[in-house]
Design a protein. Structure first.
Length: 207
């Protein structure tokens, strides 16, 4: 199986209304927007420890969308269950996750790599036994540049919601993620990566 034959999209986040629209849940937000665009709904999938939707039901090119109900730190358990249930390999998934090391409004498409300190990615690597899976990192920016200050402010930052000034950028980025996923399927990893990795919202330079 080669990259581009993706069958499972996974958004990372925390379940429950208190976490809706938080920075840490931007992976959820992207796939929820995709589901709305495709007019599909999520249903609880207890065996997969998450909520599942499907695009192109019944076709050979159908793609499943998974939002784990496990908390971020245990995301890998849900993904492992989904891969086993649908008989998929790690090279057939795309994981969408927030990234503090990227400025708000920037994206990075990667086919492998370490967790970078992200607990959701760390859990996936542990459960899959490999770092070789495609991921789209969605920048949420860091709360501070000084390491000591950043450490103290990380939790309230990632669990906080976007400000009014940030929301237009977030909206543009979520639309770009959907475009990028389409390119990934149609044109492959290289062209999709070139497109997403060079993306800059019009007003990001003013932030």
């Amino acid at each position: 199986m080669i990259y581009g034959d993706f069958k499972l999209l996974v958004g990372l986040g925390n379940p429950g209304s208190k976490y809706t629209h938080t920075r840490h849940n931007i992976g959820f937000s992207a796939l929820q927007r995709l589901a709305e665009k495709e007019h599909v709904v999520f249903h609880q999938a207890k065996k997969l420890y998450g909520h599942l939707a499907e695009i192109g039901i019944g076709s050979t090119s159908s793609i499943r969308i998974l939002l784990p109900n496990t908390y971020m730190n245990d995301s890998g358990r849900s993904i492992r269950a989904a891969l086993d249930w649908f008989d998929l390999g790690a090279n057939q998934i795309v994981v969408l996750a927030d990234d503090m090391d990227l400025p708000l409004g920037r994206l990075r498409l990667r086919t492998k790599g370490s967790s970078g300190g992200h607990n959701g990615l760390k859990s996936i690597i542990q459960h899959l036994g490999t770092q070789d899976f495609c991921r789209i990192k969605i920048g949420i920016g860091a709360p501070a540049s000084i390491p000591e200050e950043r450490k103290v402010k990380t939790i309230p930052h990632v669990l906080g919601t976007f400000t009014a000034n940030e929301k237009p950028i977030v909206n543009a980025v979520l639309n770009e993620v959907i475009t990028g996923l389409d390119l990934l399927q149609k044109l492959g990893i290289e062209q999709a990566g070139n497109h997403m990795n060079s993306f800059k919202p019009i007003d990001i330079s003013t932030k």
